[in-house]
Write a protein that binds this ligand. Structure first.
Ligand SMILES: [Zn+2]
Length: 287
């Protein structure tokens, strides 16, 4: 989602939060992983989100094992899963991004990237049909346009808990791997997707993620309802959040390009594609 969309979405969220301040009372009884708090989530929704975060921990761990080998970035940028989305010279920023994403899904590092996860009610702004999630990009100290300072939210839409691409889990046992990789030659990208992919994409939009990863500040001009602010999180280049758009960003000649690692889906798509390439022994994953 582009910043201007975030703004209108966040503005309407203020009303939603006031109208339905109910918070899951039992969130302390489940193991904490990643977010500071789950807001408005049922026990079943919270369990599904925690499972997706466990998968995000695993999917980010795989490239990290090569990004940091005795302090040296040993990742081969010619691997197709990487070369689809990034350039050779992007390796250190991508490594820093994955360190922060890995920390964001790690219960022991949950303060490194601070965020809450809110389970949205049916039909709120930002959760149109087919939408899975969105994220508040404001820095934590941002005040204005109805926003107060505080930990920002990844908001998960009802579809997250029903769509196959977000309810699917990463395989763990050999039996699960066999099922996941079955018919791999004819499978498309979204048939390998899991909830970890969507959470990774959204978490990278957080200002706290960009700060943890060492991203430079970018300025958001003032809008109708909001004063200007600097933010450090990722964007959705051309307001599109598809793997194909990430591949175009890497190789195209558009004049308005952002850095590859500043595009949320480039990080998310690489994480999934590298997992599939490694676990299923598949060189290319068609879109
Ligand atoms: Zn996005």
């Amino acid at each position: 989602m582009k910043i201007s969309q975030f703004l209108s979405v966040s503005l309407s969220l203020v009303g939603v939060a006031r109208a339905a301040p109910a918070r899951a009372k039992d969130h302390e009884t489940l193991q904490r992983r990643g977010p500071k708090e789950y807001l408005d989530c049922s026990p079943e929704q919270q369990a599904a989100l925690q499972a997706a975060l466990e998968d995000m921990f695993r999917i980010t761990d795989k490239p990290l094992q090569e990004f940091f080998v005795d302090g040296i970035n040993s990742f081969d940028p010619n691997k197709l899963a990487y070369a689809h989305y990034f350039r050779n010279e992007d390796r250190d920023m991508v490594a820093a991004a994955f360190k922060a994403l890995h920390d964001a899904a790690n219960p022991a590092m949950s303060l490194a990237v601070s965020y809450n996860i809110q389970c949205a009610a049916e039909g709120i702004a930002g959760c149109a049909s087919g939408d899975l999630a969105f994220t508040q990009p404001f820095p934590e100290d941002f005040v204005g346009g109805g926003e107060i300072a505080g930990v920002r939210k990844v908001v998960v839409c009802p579809a997250f808990f029903t769509e196959s691409r977000t309810t699917r889990r990463l395989p763990e046992t050999q039996e699960e791997i066999d099922a996941y990789c079955q018919f791999k030659e004819s499978k498309r990208f979204n048939e390998f997707e899991t909830g970890a992919h969507t959470l990774l994409h959204e978490i990278s939009h957080l200002d706290s993620f960009g700060l943890a990863a060492g991203y430079p500040a970018r300025n958001q001009p003032a809008g109708l309802h909001f004063p200007t602010f600097d933010y450090h999180g990722t964007d959705d280049w051309h307001q599109i959040s598809t793997p194909g758009n990430g591949r175009i960003l890497k190789s195209g000649n558009a004049g308005d390009k952002i850095e590859t690692w500043e595009n949320a889906e480039s990080l998310a798509a690489f994480s999934l594609e590298y997992w599939v390439a490694t676990v299923c022994g598949l060189e290319d994953v068609p879109l």
